[in-house]
Design a protein around this ligand. Structure first.
Ligand code: PEP
Ligand code: MG
Length: 593
């Protein structure tokens, strides 16, 4: 054993699990140094050809990556399609060739100019979606420049040893080509919780930690690492004691996971016989199988924005219909709750011309946007209704802030139903229409809304944002995002009571539903359904099956008398200590510890 101090760095844990293995550094530093030179008239055509060859090689590389993408992440292949489209786009392709021809500059210089031009144009548009596209253009340019320089692009697919990837940043092309048989997980200098790399790591079920700042400079090829994707800790060059400790943790986690997965097909029923429904939140059709495998009793929230955010233009009614129909058929007889379009806020479609808003979270978002765009809204409603003939589909409206909005939405729904009647198109006439409760005003008038709704679904992600006045995508106020806040607990209770009074079921589909620390509180309040990411379902079922409703109710009475979020949290953590120990510290992930 050596006397060297323990080297431990902490970043953001984005995909859970513990791995111990050797580092493999991936050089994704930008190709910064290249020659800029003027060329002669005779060289111009040759230079254009050089650019075209590098571009074609880049296309072949992307197509190759796409074809070898692991099944689990095929759904993300549209990112690679975007890269292929950029290569053919005139802003990139023609602009580069024109620069070579007219300015007589070498291909590298011309590529750099085209990218700068796109960056300048895009930077004037204050739209997160467009900003992401700048990164895609940069990735494409990077690949072409590497080809021009004759630099090897190491594909993550070609790695043939079990390693932990260490990189400054991983591009969508990188993460899409990860060979999970070899890559145990990855750590990066940059990145965030919702970055593309993070989402892929979760889909692949490999641990990942991002935002480690300078880890690529602290680690060398082959350095032994422990990566804890639950806590965000990375230990560089651990000693034997630490390795043994983490191997034990790893084993416990594996044992725990296989024990809960076996329980996932049992009902979510407390020890004293109280049952709730546990359903899945999905964004893509491809997630339905994982939802079923994890024991979801239907889909409690189908976020439908994804189709509108793809680069291929707005979806047709038929494309939506086919998608919804398939989800409904796969899950029948269980229900699929389709939420109508929730664009705006932090989700923008490049196909819609958005007016720039100072405060988009409080702007033309979700149902407000749909009511202003009735033809787009109607096309989605038609698709949902048509699909309702093929399974148990229910629909719900997001961001309802008061009765008038609900009545206006229902009126449009009725018009669409009349159209379908006239065309003699089949649909479920008794389709259930729910309201998402995620705006504080909707909480206050929940009793009124309940008379006009078939069910409620509480969207705590937004409810917390609007109730506590903290922007959910602003990292500077992230520490104030407190689901334990007494105001939030009171609001949830008020909504549940209003639903019970009116005799309608009430679900909760925000991130709180997936946090086992809240299961007891929500059960005691009378929630009928929890809807969460598929991967968390076994844990929530396990938690429910370990609780007794009577005890949970007694605890709730005490909790509702507490004054602050930290008192509430302390109480819950203390009460659940024995269970928490059994369920391991993974529990704390959702609450950000
Ligand atoms: C919510 O706001 O809690 C919710 C489930 O919807 P989203 O996260 O899509 O806004
Ligand atoms: Mg919401």
């Amino acid at each position: 054993m050596t006397d060297t101090p323990l080297r431990k760095v902490k970043g953001i844990a984005v995909s859970p699990g513990i791995i111990i293995g050797k580092a493999h550094l991936i050089d994704r530093s930008r190709v910064k140094i290249f020659y800029q030179y003027l060329i002669s008239d005779q060289q111009v055509n040759q230079e254009v050809e050089r650019f075209k060859e590098a571009l074609n090689a880049a296309k072949d590389q992307i197509i190759h990556l796409k074809n070898r993408m692991p099944e689990q992440i095929k759904k993300h292949s549209f990112i690679l399609d975007t890269h292929l489209m950029i290569m053919d786009d005139s802003m990139f392709f023609n602009a580069t060739i024109n620069a070579i021809l007219s300015e007589k500059i070498n291909a590298e210089w011309a590529v750099k100019k085209s990218v700068e031009n796109v960056e300048n144009l895009f930077s004037q548009i204050d739209d997160p979606y467009i900003k992401e596209r700048i990164v895609d253009v940069q990735y494409v340019a990077e690949r072409v420049l590497r080809n021009l320089a004759g630099k090897e692009q190491e594909s993550l697919f070609e790695i043939n040893e079990r390693v932990i990837i260490v990189a400054h940043e991983l591009s969508p092309a990188d993460t899409s080509s990860i060979n999970i048989a070899k890559v145990m997980g990855f750590i990066t200098d940059v990145g965030g919780r919702t970055s593309h790399a993070a989402i892929i790591a979760q889909s692949l079920k490999i641990p990942a930690v991002v935002a480690l700042e300078t880890v690529t400079r602290q680690v060398q090829e082959g350095t032994l690492l422990i990566v804890d994707g639950n806590t965000g800790e990375v230990i560089i060059d651990p000693d034997d004691d630490l390795i043994i400790l983490y191997q034990e943790k790893q084993l416990n986690q594996e044992r725990f996971e296989s024990s809960i997965i076996r329980l996932s097909h049992l009902p979510a029923e407390t020890k004293d016989g109280h049952k709730i429904k546990v359903r899945a939140n999905i964004e893509f059709l491809e997630e339905v199988t994982a939802a079923k495998d994890n024991g979801a009793e239907g889909i409690g929230l189908y976020r439908t924005e994804f189709h509108y955010l793809r680069a291929q233009g707005l979806p047709t009614e038929d494309a939506l219909f086919e998608d919804y129909k398939e989800v409904a058929e796969i899950l029948a007889p269980n229900p699929v709750t389709i939420r109508t379009l929730d664009l705006g806020g932090d989700r923008f479609s490049s196909e819609v011309s958005w007016t720039k808003e100072t405060n988009p979270a409080l702007g033309l978002r979700a149902i407000r946007f749909c009511l202003k765009q009735p033809s787009m809204f109607k096309s989605q409603l038609r698709a949902i209704l048509r699909a309702s003939a093929f399974g148990d589909i229910q629909l719900m409206f997001p961001m309802i802030s008061g009765l008038q909005e609900l009545l206006d939405s229902r009126k449009i729904l009725k018009e669409v139903m009349a159209e379908l009647d006239q065309e003699r198109t089949a649909y479920d006439r008794n389709i259930k229409v729910g309201v998402m409760i995620e705006v504080p005003s909707a909480v206050t008038v929940a009793d009124i809304l309940a008379k006009h709704a078939d069910f409620f679904s509480i969207g705590t992600n937004d409810l917390i944002q609007y109730a506590l006045a903290i922007d959910r995508v602003n990292e500077h106020v992230a520490f104030m995002y407190q689901p334990f806040h007494p105001a939030i607990l009171r609001m949830i209770l008020q909504v549940i009571k209003a639903a019970k009074q009116a005799g309608i079921p009430v679900a909760l589909c925000g991130e709180m539903a997936g946090d086992p620390l809240f299961t007891s509180v929500l059960l005691a309040m009378g929630i009928d359904e929890l809807s969460l990411n598929a991967g968390g379902i076994p844990m929530i079922k396990k938690m429910t099956r370990s609780l007794s409703l009577d005890k949970a109710k007694a605890d709730l009475r005490k909790i509702m008398k507490l004054d602050t979020a930290s008192q509430v949290k302390e109480f819950i953590v203390k009460k659940m200590k024995p269970l928490l120990d059994e369920l391991d510290h993974r529990l704390f992930m959702a609450t950000g510890e």
